[in-house]
Design a protein around this ligand. Structure first.
Ligand SMILES: *[C@@H]1O[C@H](CO)[C@@H](O)[C@H](O)[C@H]1NC(C)=O
Ligand SMILES: *[C@@H]1O[C@H](CO)[C@@H](O)[C@H](O)[C@H]1NC(C)=O
Ligand SMILES: *[C@@H]1O[C@H](CO)[C@@H](O)[C@H](O)[C@H]1NC(C)=O
Length: 388
């Protein structure tokens, strides 16, 4: 329908939609690569060779995403076992060589390109054995496991990382990727200890908190006393710049492993959305994705529209781009090699990758024309402008 002048005039009298997306972009997944072992051999890929076994970003991929697609957010994965080698233990002592590579990527996104970056320790609330992620490694804070890193060590790690990025308002702190299969009390204790340690440094950067059960949006209010909806709003951030980090896949078991999209995100997110509203909380969906089927296209449009229409949602990153995917796929293909969201990605048969079949026709179209390009990331919002 052509928008008539009469309707346009009328529209100015209608209340403006309050829902706003401030941040949109992709997850950069490759920094956590190279540590997996089919035989679960501990230490595989550690420390790993930067640029050979893993890398954080490709500058040209970031350029395309920011300059061409006008995205302003990248979530950058790294492994705790590389930042804090096992010989040091989890804590405030970093591998400085590794940190320098990571900081170079974060500075490229935030300083050179002027976008925002989420730091993403991709560790499932575990530390010491990433060889069979997401299940291997000791659960952080498990006092029954003498080899486990403690809650205090996790807090010391975050205090140090926060101190190093406190002067960069374009850096957001993603506390942990997808805690799972552990008591929600311990998830809560670890998260609270990290928040307290971050704020003790004076850092005011936005923090985003995951939940238990893989941060699944559809499951947020489920699980009885273990439900995230019983815990996560109790986290205390003294400066109230804490948002919620939700993941939501569209396949039958919400794993992102399958090609077929059968889980409609709109009804599935209703519970977590009303919980967010009830507690006055804002959220990001930092992992979602789908293949190039008709159903996935429809549901991806559905989840992107849903975030745009509900003011509890202030940002998103799609899963996933990254320099090391090659023809492999980050999600949603039943192990077929359809490539990734990395610009220029190709499928193994030389056909178009998910960048061409999902990012370009579907996701990139939902990047709002105006996003936040300056000032601190804050749950109260910021100034929206077009990128020039
Ligand atoms: C620190 O990282 C560098 C670069 O990846 C690596 O060569 C070195 O072995 C690492 N040190 C430790 C103690 O893991
Ligand atoms: C904690 O450690 C004990 C001893 O290794 C183990 O039996 C238990 O499963 C661990 N708990 C979690 C949540 O991993
Ligand atoms: C999805 O992309 C792959 C890889 O390019 C291609 O082989 C397949 O035919 C596409 N499927 C659909 C439904 O477009």
């Amino acid at each position: 329908m052509k928008f008539s002048p009469t309707l346009a005039a009328l529209a100015t009298w209608l209340p403006a939609a309050s829902a706003t997306i401030y941040f949109a972009g992709v997850a950069q997944s490759s920094g956590e690569f190279g540590a997996w072992s089919p035989t679960q051999t501990r230490g595989t890929g550690l420390p790993g060779r930067f640029g050979v076994d893993y890398a954080f970003i490709s500058n040209s991929g970031i350029d395309t995403m920011i300059d061409t697609h006008k995205v302003n957010l990248h979530r950058v994965a790294f492994l705790l076992e590389r930042m804090c080698p096992l010989s040091y233990g989890l804590g405030a002592k970093f591998n400085e060589t590794h940190f320098d590579h990571f900081k170079e990527a974060i500075d490229y996104i935030t300083i050179t390109k002027g976008a925002y970056a989420i730091l993403d320790p991709h560790n499932y609330m575990r530390y010491n054995d990433p060889s069979s992620q997401p299940f291997s490694g000791s659960v952080i804070g498990n006092i029954s496991d003498p080899t486990a890193a403690t809650t205090a060590q996790f807090a010391a790690f975050w205090g140090e990382l926060a101190r190093r990025f406190a002067d960069n308002e374009k850096v957001l702190f993603g506390l942990m990727n997808e805690p799972h299969s552990m008591p929600s009390q311990l998830v809560f204790d670890n998260l609270q200890a990290a928040i307290t340690a971050i704020r003790a440094t004076g850092a005011t950067n936005m923090i985003i908190t995951p939940g238990n059960a893989w941060s699944g949006g559809h499951y947020w209010t489920k699980g009885g006393d273990e439900a995230n909806s019983k815990w996560i709003h109790k986290l205390v951030d003294p400066i109230k710049n804490l948002a919620v980090d939700i993941h939501e896949y569209l396949d039958e078991d919400f794993s992102g492993g399958h090609l077929a999209c059968t889980q409609d995100p709109v009804p599935n997110l209703a519970g977590v959305t009303s919980w967010l509203r009830h507690h006055g909380l804002k959220a990001f969906i930092t992992e979602f994705g789908g293949s190039n089927t008709t159903e996935c296209t429809s549901m991806l449009n559905g989840i992107l529209d849903y975030m745009a229409e509900n003011d509890e949602y202030i940002g998103w990153t799609a899963w996933a781009a990254g320099p090391f995917w090659g023809p492999n796929s980050p999600c949603c293909t039943d192990q077929r090699q359809y490539g990734s969201l990395e610009p220029g990605s190709k499928a193994s048969d030389g056909g178009p990758g998910l960048y061409a079949t999902v990012w370009l026709p579907v996701m990139s179209k939902k990047v709002p024309a105006k996003l936040q390009w300056s000032g601190p990331a804050n749950v109260m919002g910021g100034v929206l402008t077009e990128r020039v």
